[in-house]
Design a protein around this ligand. Structure first.
Ligand code: HEC
Ligand code: HEC
Length: 217
């Protein structure tokens, strides 16, 4: 809980000044990606062979950080995070050990992520870019860069997810689920419930378009 409060207060203090103190030790061991590759045959139908989903509504997993993936798998298995399509693989995931789940997370983390193409509508891009980089203090919207970084890579050590290149339909649905607090698995979800509380539908559309097309040059 302390970590979450720290993360929330950082948004308002300005994360750059404090990032040195926030160094979180990388205590998570690394999974075996080669073994992970042998465990994901049933996942490819929706997440793609290499973790790059081809459907706008289904998330890509490629290049996502290991800690975030591992945590989310745990939430699906425990039932804290629910999704109709993911339900199909939960019986299978329950047969795996936690080391095997870490191997799956390591496999996707090492898989190269595709770059997305944003809709070039100028107004949409301007709104998305400005909210993503600066937030809107008057409307109580934090800068997304504080935790997801300027180019959307997230924060590997803290396990803040990469959102660059993520599928647009999924970004929209999941931001709405944080806003309505349907997505509520784990303490980190509370951070995003707060960050999305004051977003309007138009803001979410614009942010999703911007994040989908974001990449490091
Ligand atoms: C039938 C389609 C389908 C299959 C098969 C499937 N998934 Fe998913 N998966 C989804 C959808 C849709 C979501 C988004 C859930 C949501 O919106 O909460 C998701 C979400 C996830 C997430 C969270 C992604 C994020 O960015 O938060 C992980 C991790 C994941 N799946 C892993 C797996 C693994 C591992 C397998 C194979 C054992 C698998 N999935 C099989 C459809 C599927
Ligand atoms: C204080 C840190 C912080 C800020 C600021 C923040 N996020 Fe997040 N974000 C997180 C964390 C931590 C998670 C993982 C939450 C979880 O486990 O459910 C997350 C998750 C997400 C996800 C889900 C990723 C996935 O694969 O399912 C999206 C989308 C997202 N954030 C977008 C945004 C946007 C847009 C903004 C700016 C309006 C923002 N975030 C601001 C920390 C932050």
């Amino acid at each position: 809980m302390q970590k979450v409060l720290l993360a929330i207060s950082l948004v308002f203090i300005g994360v750059n000044t404090y990032s040195a103190e926030l160094a979180i030790p990388n205590v998570l061991k690394t999974g075996d990606a080669t073994n992970g590759a042998s465990l994901v045959a049933t996942c490819a139908a929706c997440h793609g062979n290499d973790g790059n989903s081809i459907n706008t509504d289904w998330p890509s997993l490629a290049g996502q950080n290991q800690k975030y993936l591992y945590d989310q798998l745990g939430y699906f298995v425990s039932g804290e995070r629910e999704n109709a399509l993911m339900t199909a693989v939960i019986p299978y995931l329950k047969t795996l050990s936690s080391d095997e789940m870490l191997d799956i997370a390591a496999y996707y983390a090492e898989s190269p992520a595709s770059v997305g193409q944003a809709d070039s509508d100028a107004d949409l891009l301007a709104l998305g870019g400005s909210l993503y980089r600066a937030g809107d203090l008057n409307r109580g919207i934090p800068a997304c860069t504080a935790c997801h970084s300027l180019y959307g890579e997230g924060n590997v050590q803290a396990g803040f997810p990469k959102i660059s290149g993520q599928q647009k339909g999924y970004l929209i649905s999941t931001l709405k689920e944080y806003r309505s607090q349907i997505r509520n698995a784990g303490n980190y979800a509370l951070v995003m419930q707060a960050a999305s509380a004051n977003l309007k539908d138009d803001d979410i559309e614009a942010l999703a378009n911007y994040m989908h097309g974001l990449y490091r040059k």
